[in-house]
Design a protein around this ligand. Structure first.
Ligand code: UDX
Length: 428
């Protein structure tokens, strides 16, 4: 099949590479010449394990084409995916301007053969109806099209595996023909397919991210109880999670959730609820607890600090990505700087992005030990594998004071106590 993907972020580029890998002819449209040139040369721009290899392989096979030109791609395509960003506005509402702009550009280039325009971007319920109206308004008279919603559930850091082995593929549309075409495209995927209407497909994505955020905030709330009572949150949640109705997955307390999805999608769902006159107290509490998780961790550092020289390990919002959008590290660094801390950081992938925010206000180390050298305390904010088996004895020698604040509970408290560390983690 021939398809177009508009946008080349995590969702767009990963989907494009995976669809191309299945033998499809895939056009990717961007709006920045420099980025399109980098992509043409096999540079994925973002860091995502395995993506560079998949990009290079499919470029070489001649199945992936990057362009700025809608006319080059849309008329040939059976399916056009919209995968552009929907960042939050200040009031939490999703900013849909890019989605609508892209819809207009697609519309103008539609031809007389039937095209499915399918949104993969996370958009509030009702958005695809608006996309349909925009396309109707701007498409040439001869154009034949239908709108669909195909939300994407991939996680950064494991995006390719998630796309290949998705728990479900959701296809929402009122057009039988569009559904048939999308089912044909997804035929090589063994994932369960859920075919539904547009509104349900849109809501499935928000409902999924909201329950994931709720699980994390719930775990953090229980951690607060543990800290006040001397209970051990890991043991509490291990036991709770053994109930199959609950499960232990995605119940890891810590310094809070970040990233480009959970924070913004919870806020956008609150905003949609407001517009629909629904009481969204539950979601507001999820967001509030996530803030409290960061604040609680910050207060722990301020209360127990041994001096101002501080090492921070882990900056990305989660391991295996260089993404720092809404990363707890930004909150912690900003606040420690306000309190006059001197900070030296290390992250395997996200240093470049953090430098864009903090510049020379903080120092950057080449490895974890360099960051820790002579520090009065060490803070862990992302659970990268390479921190989990760090040489703790060496670390103790290097640090000025053997103090660790662990925002991801990666070490055994007893082990650290026996090694002579003062160890502060979350909820235990
Ligand atoms: C999320 C959804 O998981 C994915 O299905 C959707 O398509 C996009 O949003 P992503 O943002 O890539 O994916 O990361 P995820 O693995 O969900 O982690 C989000 C945040 O939650 C991270 O900051 C992570 O550290 C935090 N988290 C996750 C916890 O604090 N505790 C947990 O138990 C799990």
């Amino acid at each position: 099949m021939t398809l177009t993907v508009v946008g080349h972020g995590y969702v767009g580029l990963v989907s494009a590479c995976v669809f191309a890998d299945f033998g499809n002819e895939v056009y990717v449209i961007g709006r920045n010449k420099e980025k399109i040139n980098r992509l043409k040369n096999g540079d994925p721009i973002i860091f995502e394990p395995g993506l560079k290899e998949l990009l290079e392989k499919n470029l070489k096979a001649g199945r992936l084409h990057f362009t700025l030109d809608y006319q080059e791609a849309i008329p040939k395509s059976e399916i056009v995916f919209i995968t552009v960003g929907t960042p939050p506005k200040n009031n939490g509402e999703a900013d849909l301007s890019s989605v609508f702009e892209v819809a207009k550009n697609i519309a103008k280039n539609l031809s007389s053969h039937f095209t499915v325009v399918s949104c993969k971007s996370t958009v509030p319920v009702g958005t695809n109806k608006k996309v349909e109206e925009i396309i109707k308004k701007y498409a040439p008279k001869k154009a034949q099209f239908a709108v669909a919603s195909c939300p994407e559930f991939l996680r950064e850091g494991s995006a390719i595996a998630d796309t290949l082995n998705a728990d479900r593929i959701v296809i929402g549309s009122s057009s039988k023909k569009a559904i048939e075409i999308l089912l044909k495209l997804h035929q090589p995927f063994s994932s369960k397919k859920i075919v539904t209407d547009l509104a349900s497909a849109e809501l499935i994505k928000y409902a999924a991210n909201a329950i994931l955020a709720t699980k994390i905030s719930f775990s953090n709330l229980i951690a607060f109880y543990c800290e006040k009572t001397g209970a051990d949150v890991e043991k509490v949640l291990d036991a709770v999670g053994l109930d199959k109705r609950i499960g232990r997955i995605f119940m890891n307390p810590g310094v809070g959730y970040g990233g480009s999805c959970l924070p913004k999608d919870v806020l956008a769902l609150i905003d949609t609820g407001k517009k629909l006159n629904i009481d969204t107290s539950l979601l507001k509490a999820v967001d509030k607890v996530n803030y409290q998780a960061k604040e609680n961790f910050l207060q722990k550092i301020l209360k127990n600090k041994q001096g101002k020289n501080t090492a921070i390990l882990g900056l990305s919002f989660k391991p295996n990505t260089d993404d720092i959008r809404f990363a707890p590290s930004i909150f912690i660094i900003e606040n420690l700087l306000k309190h006059g801390f001197k900070i030296k950081v290390f992250d395997p992938e996200a240093m470049g992005n953090i430098r864009k925010i903090f510049g020379e206000k903080i120092e950057y180390a080449k490895n974890p030990y360099e960051a820790a050298k002579n520090a009065d305390q060490l803070i862990i904010l992302t659970e990268w594998n390479e921190f989990k088996q760090i040489d703790l004895k060496k670390l103790k020698k290097i640090l000025k004071k053997p103090v660790i604040f662990d925002g991801r509970n990666i070490y055994d408290p007893l082990l650290l106590k026996n090694l002579g560390f003062k160890y502060f983690s979350v909820g235990r």
